[in-house]
Every structure is written in C-alpha cells, then in structure tokens.
Ligand binder design. Sequence first.
Ligand code: AP5
Ligand code: MG
Length: 187
Amino acid sequence: MFVLILGAPGSGKGTQGKILAERLAVPKITTGDLLRAAMKEGTPLGLEAKKFYDDGKLVPDSIILGMIKEQLDRPEAKNGAILDGFPRTAAQAELVDKTLGQRGQRLNHILLLDVTEDELVRRMSARAQVEGRADDAPEAIATRLQVYQRDTAPLIAHYAQRGIVHRVPGTGTVDQIAGDIKRIIGR
Ligand code: AP5
Ligand code: MG
C-alpha cells in the first residue's frame, strides 16, 4: 500500500507517518530527512539544497526528482511506502504517478492533515527552541507556509479527482490522530 501524507509544514506528517509505516511494515520515505542528512554530510547535493532549504524555499525539482525515483525504486519500497513531504510540486506528482504506474501500482490513499496556521506556527516555533532546525526560524516558517499554499496545496485538487483524498483533523493528541488514520485506511 502506498500512502501519501500531505499537509502544511508542521502538520504532523513525520509524526503520523512513522506510526503508520511501523504498523503497515513499509518504509517511510521523507525527502526532508534525506536532504537534512545530505546537508549534514556536506555532499554536493546537500550543499546545493542548503541554499534553498535554510530560507524555507523548495529545493528545485532538478535535485529532488532523482532522489524520489531512487527511493521508490529501492527493493524495500516494492510493495508499499509512506510518502512524507513529497510530491510537493506538479512535476514530482507526475514522477510518482509514472514510477508507480509502470509497476502496475498507484497511490492508494492520500491523508491530508488539517491544522490551523496558528497551531502550525506554534509547533514549529516550539521545535526551533529544542532542535534548532534552520528552517524553523520565523522568516523561514513564513516562507514555508506561503510555498505550501502556492506550490503544494494545488495537488489536493489533482488527487481529489481520483477520490483518494481523506481530510484528517490534525489537531488533538498524536494517538487520537493515529486512530483516525487507522479507521480511514482500514488497517
Ligand atoms: P520537510 O522536512 O518535509 O518539512 P515540512 O514539510 O516543512 O514539515 P515538518 O517536517 O516541519 O513538519 P511535519 O508535517 O513533518 O510535522 P512533524 O511531525 O514534524 O521539508 C523541509 C524542507 O526541505 C522544505 O522546506 C524544502 O526546503 C525541502 N524539501 C523537502 N521535501 C521537498 C520536496 N519534495 N521538494 C522540494 N523541497 C523539499 O510535527 C511538527 C512538530 O509538531 C513536531 O515538533 C512534533 O513533535 C509536533 N507535533 C506533531 N503532532 C502533534 C500533535 N498532534 N499535537 C501537538 N504537536 C504535535
Ligand atoms: Mg516532517
């Protein structure tokens, strides 16, 4: 089963994706984590990505598309995966559809985590104090929220046409939300 967790920055994609991936015994693929690892290692890809990441901008598709393809082609992801943080652009969505389609697969569910902007800002600002993520600085948070609305939110309509989008209230306890997700996808 392939499940895409979609939602604004700070909406809980990583938190819920981890729980779901463990329950379904499939890998969670998180482009943000891959980028953070590359930046930490200082690879050429990481250094290039950092120019965008730190400001809260999307890393260009020229960098991300290859990363997505490589991850989806891994043997571990043969029968399913949780997609966390991608696709984020129309080109990424097209690549995911094409890659899965060539294998006779498709995205089965899209979970849209719905959280108010005030709560998103509160969560990311709180995390900034603890983890010090560069893109949790106030200006970068504002940019991330704008970029989500402009580039990623339009994907909701794209997938809604296929009838696979489930809106999940993203406020409440982590367990409550995980329970809602379990009910929605039926396992
Ligand atoms: P990415 O790493 O994907 O970050 P994001 O989408 O901005 O979102 P976060 O990871 O901050 O939040 P989340 O939704 O995972 O929520 P979480 O569970 O952590 O992307 C970062 C950057 O990388 C992008 O800006 C871009 O530059 C680049 N990038 C990544 N993918 C890309 C792509 N495909 N294309 C181009 N560029 C890309 O929760 C957030 C916080 O809230 C945590 O502290 C958590 O503990 C807390 N929390 C979670 N659930 C709850 C709850 N129910 N109640 C209270 N607090 C909660
Ligand atoms: Mg995340």
